[in-house]
Design a protein around this ligand. Structure first.
Ligand code: TYD
Length: 205
């Protein structure tokens, strides 16, 4: 059986990822593919419980190492329980965030050492890497205002400087892995952005 395709969408909070994930899923389904839409952290009963722990603003005392390991715990469960079986039956897995978020937020935002975060990512992803990663890039001040308009979760409560470090980490990543990671301008109308996203995955088999 042919292996499916693993696509991830990334970006700082408020960049419009969820909207674009839905539009991309529609386009892929219209092309006749089975699409499995997921978000991280989450996607399994265990991972959703870990998500609640991670995002609860009451958990302000959480240390960066605990945070890192919880994201990885959530990911390992999702990867083994959902992503691997979906890829094995030939589906397109479309995941709203994956291990590049950990690099951007826990290495970039939290300033944990890169090598430590990369090692944790290798474990949490069970060695499963995306075929293509689209980073939606938007002016951090605009994205942050959008993300926090209805209140801030524990990560968003870190503020704008944190989001700027997250964005810088994504851009570093794209420069390091240009074959996999593509940056897309996320400004403008959602349909225009959706066309750019399609362009960024157009060369996949
Ligand atoms: P969510 O509400 O899903 O944010 P968004 O809609 O912007 O994707 O919350 C996920 C938050 O967790 C978001 O602030 C990014 C953060 N995060 C990390 O810090 N590390 C990670 O590995 C992942 C997957 C997410």
């Amino acid at each position: 059986m042919t292996r499916g395709m693993f696509i991830t969408l990334e970006g700082a909070d408020g960049c419009g990822k969820s909207t674009q994930a839905a539009l991309l899923a529609q386009a892929l389904e219209a092309a006749g593919r089975e699409v499995v839409c997921l978000r991280e952290p989450g996607g399994t009963p265990i991972s959703e419980k870990v998500r609640a722990l991670l995002l609860d603003p009451a958990h302000a005392e959480m240390v960066p190492e605990c945070e890192l390991l919880l994201y990885e715990a959530s990911r390992a469960q999702l990867t083994r329980q959902v992503i691997e079986p979906a890829l094995a039956r030939g589906a397109v897995v479309l995941c709203d965030r994956y291990y590049d978020s950990t690099y951007a937020y826990q290495a970039g935002g939290r300033k944990l050492p890169d090598d430590l975060v990369n090692a944790a990512n290798a474990l949490g992803s069970c060695g499963v890497a995306p075929d293509r990663t689209v980073v939606l890039d938007l002016d951090p001040a605009l994205a942050y205002a959008r993300a926090t308009a209805g209140g801030a979760d524990r990560m968003e409560a870190e503020g704008l400087a944190f989001q700027e470090r997250v964005r810088a980490a994504y851009l570093r990543l794209a420069a390091t892995e240009p074959a996999r990671v593509r940056v897309v301008d996320a400004s403008g109308k959602k349909d225009e952005v959706a066309m750019r996203v399609l362009g960024a995955i157009g060369d996949l088999p």
